[in-house]
Design a protein around this ligand. Structure first.
Ligand code: NDP
Length: 490
């Protein structure tokens, strides 16, 4: 670390200069042109179309990726339907063994996956290395264990797999969302056709290689890359028996409408506008770290991000002072640098959405704070931002920004905190910071949120179910609950 030569007393935290510590990227080799993965083979798309995926931190084109059309999606679903016949009848312990093998290979190739995830999506390497990849491996490991214990998972019932699962995932946690979807589906004896997001397809394609390495029978996992149109084809295919979607509430509603009356099973994990609530008796320094982790982790591209801070009025001033100071120490920049806290915004489109909502916050009268920070010249960047003086009616208090932008509101009593926390069409997550266990339980009982974290935030574990209420969707992923959408019980 190189320090400024000025006396320490004069230094604001953002004036520290860090020596670059970039992770080497030569561990990954990216094919210039990538095909679809269908029936255990990489195949050219019938569409003959390819789209480009870029590194959002530099705007460098990383590769061309095949765009699957209706014929391609049909080929993938047919391959999955054929594979289902033998995969669903395979001795469950053997099925588990394949999934364990995938988990081990994810661990073995962890560095490669982490670097690729960071290159393609813009998230800091320390997050892809320490969160995304280990958690993805842990999901496979956890569900592998269930493969031969399904009858214990559902006592006195006979669980049977459904068939082909059509799965569509977003760009914020590409490999992790893939794991959340594929691991329980395979453990329960289903086969899958998965569509990764258009801006982040590369780790899914590396995952296809891992399936090959694990010797997974052809057709059990199929990957069709493409844009929203490809996703809608997967969802609409008549031979898909179960649809799992994570993404925007808008597209979730379209899917729900399209599936009405088809008899297909559906789980939706959609947006959020979570309240992170800090009471006056909370340990403030710990809460500040939790607030930062809640909203600036993964540039705020997190469906359960603590994007509304509800702070008890009596501690508003000292808490905001500490929070602003802490914002000044966040290092924004090269996502491959091991010191980076806030990486690149995933796409130009997402950057424009964030800029638009931030402009609305200013226009509606909220007060903006951004620490001084130098943003790289190329790529898509947005500084850590917080708004004070936010009213519940402001768009920045109601809409999912999906960026590093925190809206600060205040409350006086626990009842008011609950009322404000629940005053949203969403219901995915919430956080409570207080010294009193009884208050945590009191709050958790009253908040309409699928997950309530207490004195922590953004903690994930494969054994724990995750999912929302209201416009945040329905169904649960993770834990025993995550198996239920993939089985028929008799
Ligand atoms: P989308 O909901 O459009 O994307 C999620 C996935 O669905 C992607 O794979 C996408 O493909 C695919 N998709 C798009 N349209 C359809 C369709 N009609 N039928 C089936 N699949 C479809 O999210 P965006 O990427 O457009 O992001 C927009 C906003 O959504 C963000 O700003 C954020 O607020 C929110 N969002 C929330 C997420 C969450 O986890 N809750 C995750 C991502 C976004 P493609 O990538 O090619 O468009």
């Amino acid at each position: 670390m190189a320090l400024s030569t000025r006396p320490a007393a004069e230094l604001a935290p953002f004036e520290w200069d860090y020596v670059p510590a970039p992770e080497a990227r030569d561990i990954v080799s990216i094919a210039p042109r990538n095909q679809l993965y269908i029936g255990g083979r990489f195949v050219e798309p019938h569409s003959k179309h390819y789209f480009k995926t870029v590194n959002p931190a530099t705007e460098e084109v990383l590769a061309e990726v095949a765009e699957a059309d209706e014929v391609d999606v049909d080929r993938a679903v047919t391959a999955a339907t054929e594979a289902f016949r033998s995969w669903s009848r395979l001795e469950p312990a053997k099925r588990g063994r394949y999934i364990f093998r995938i988990s081990r290979l994810l661990q073995e190739r962890a560095r490669e996956l982490a670097v690729l995830e960071t290159l393609d999506g813009g998230k800091p390497i320390k997050e892809s290395r320490d969160v995304d990849v280990p958690l993805a491996a842990a999901h496979f490991f956890y569900y592998a264990g269930w493969a031969d214990k399904l009858e214990w998972a559902f006592p006195n019932r006979t669980p049977r797999p459904l068939g082909v699962a059509g799965q569509v995932i977003p760009w914020n946690f590409p490999l992790l969302m893939l794991a959340w979807k594929i691991a329980p589906a395979l453990a329960a004896g289903n086969t899958v056709v998965l569509k990764p997001a258009e801006t982040t397809p590369l780790t899914a394609l590396l995952f296809a290689e891992i399936c090959e390495q694990a010797g997974l029978p052809p057709g059990v996992v199929n990957l069709v890359t493409g844009a929203g149109k490809t996703g809608s084809l997967v969802v609409a295919h008549p031979d898909v028996r179960k649809v799992a979607f994570t993404g925007s509430t808008e597209v979730g509603k379209l899917i729900q409408r399209a599936l009405a009356g088809t008899g297909k099973r559906l789980t939706l994990e959609l947006g959020g506008k979570a309240a992170n609530i800090v009471f006056e008796d909370a340990p403030i320094d710990q809460a500040v770290e939790g607030i930062v982790n809640g909203i600036y982790f993964n540039q705020g591209h997190v469906c359960c991000a603590g994007s509304r801070l509800l702070v008890q009025e009596s501690i508003q001033e000292p808490l905001l002072e500490k929070l602003k100071l802490r914002l000044g120490t966040l290092r924004v920049g090269d996502p491959l640098d091991k010191n980076t806290d806030v990486g690149a915004i995933n796409s130009r489109q997402q950057l424009e959405k964030i800029q638009g909502l931030v402009a609305s916050g200013i226009a509606e009268g909220a007060e903006i704070y951004q620490p001084p920070c130098r943003l790289p010249e190329r790529g898509y960047w947005f500084p850590p931002t917080l708004f004070t003086g936010v009213a519940q009616s402001h768009r920045i208090a109601r809409e999912e920004i999906f960026g590093p932008v925190l809206s600060v509101l205040t409350f006086r009593t626990p009842d008011e905190a609950v009322e404000k926390a629940n005053n949203t069409p969403y219901g995915l997550s919430a956080g409570v910071w207080t010294d009193k266990g009884s208050r945590i339980l009191w709050m958790a009982e009253r908040m309409r949120a699928g997950v309530v974290w207490a004195n922590t935030y953004n903690r994930f574990d494969p054994t724990s179910p995750f999912g929302g209420y209201k416009e945040s969707g329905f169904g649960r992923e993770g834990g025993l609950h995550g198996l239920l959408p993939y089985v028929e019980l008799s």
